[in-house]
Design a protein around this ligand. Sequence first.
Ligand SMILES: [Zn+2]
Length: 512
Amino acid sequence: MPAAVAENPKIKATSAIPYTLYFGTFIHTPELTTSEICFNTLVGVDSRGEIDYIEKDFEPADGQSPVEYFKEQKKMSCQPQGGSEIDDENIVFVDYTSEPAKFFFPGFIDTHIHASQFPNIGIGLDTPLLDWLNTYTFPLELQFSVKDQSEQEAKFKFAKHVYSKVIQATLENGTTCASYFTAIDAGTTNLFADLLVEMGQRGYVGKVCMDHNEPCPAYSESLETCRKSMDSIISHISKVNPPREHLVEPIVTPRFAPVCSTPMLDYLGEISARDNLPIQTHISENKQEIELVAELFPDCESYAQVYNKHHLLTKRTILAHAIHLTQKECDLVAEKQCSISHCPTSNTFISSGEAPVYKYLYQDKINVSLGTDISGGFDVSILAMVKYAILVSHHLSMKPAQANGVDCKLSMTDGLYMATMGGARAVGLANLVGSFAVGKRFDAQLIDLDVQGARTDVFSWQVPKSGDLLPVKEKKMEDLLGKWIFSGDDRNCVSVWCNGRLVIDKRKPTKN
Ligand SMILES: [Zn+2]
């Protein structure tokens, strides 16, 4: 472990942990259309939080314990290069095989969330986007801006209060990684980065950049101020993020084209290329917004072309919403390998529209992930986004004109893929998180469908039993996944690990 990390006890996701061997049911969606249910599976997580061992369908020989078997296997194979030494005496063994309503699932990845808007959850139903921004959003975000030194203490206190709550709430819902918009201010954005590492969540931190906000001039900045703020944030995060880890990173965040001048868009494209930084923004959320973009950028033939012209469409770009893209724009987004963050609750709550996600995934071959879009969206849970994404797709399928003869319905696997691996691809961490594989970090959640106080009711004949044939067990587990998606919530998410470290633990006795 790098010395700088060991000396800083505040970094939760790099604290010292023993080698841990987890035993139970592991479910993940490593590829679009592929969900894998692995029973009786051993997963070894080393002291760096990396998965270094997986044994599926483990059936012990007579009298042999899983730990003994694991030690034998490890002795027979050479220790992986770069892997940490395993202290035989101190292996922690965690066994959930006797509790069939419990399973491990990769941590969720929220690819579009505004941390600063958390207090506005549930406020502003059916207000169209541009009015919603002026009435609810800009006034709240302005409260995070430190205009002079005298108000710094109060603003930091306010920011810490709100930002701690949003990180805690998303972690408790199983979100181990998120791409955040903060507010325009550098100081409170740096504070947010500190809170992420202290609380143990991976995060992209994006100060909103905007120098052309006519409806609310008080909430805008000059290009010069933006440059200074971005320099401050990039420098601060490079110190906060532990060496060789991907816990907290800056992300270039033009809020959306209507509030950015051409020089600002140019600058943001340049720093993304200069420092190899990811990019996030909004696109094509609302028809009035699209008309405004056409007015403001008459030299660009489409909304997507505005970003493309300024080098803001890259394979590390996350485009939120993307509801009303033309086919030409879809082709451009696919060619540039950008990802779309689908935000079904937000799109419904402020009546923006229904994104044709099935088409994006299967016809246009665009990577799609899920975003809560707090507070255009009203739910911090990515599990809820899986549910609502499926429901919105069913609504689309009931509109023959929009469906265009194509089946629009998303499956549970589509939803769970977007919530995990789709998100990992969007944030550029597909090799690190999003599924269970040797070499990836253990970002995971333990789901208990039978936990006391939960809304999920599981009956004895619905859980897999050791005597069941494998297809029967798998079918039962698929049905339980349906229970989880459509009637589960944060109460079923009983433990959460980020980088192998337990960051949330709310385990209670099961109902039976
Ligand atoms: Zn948004």
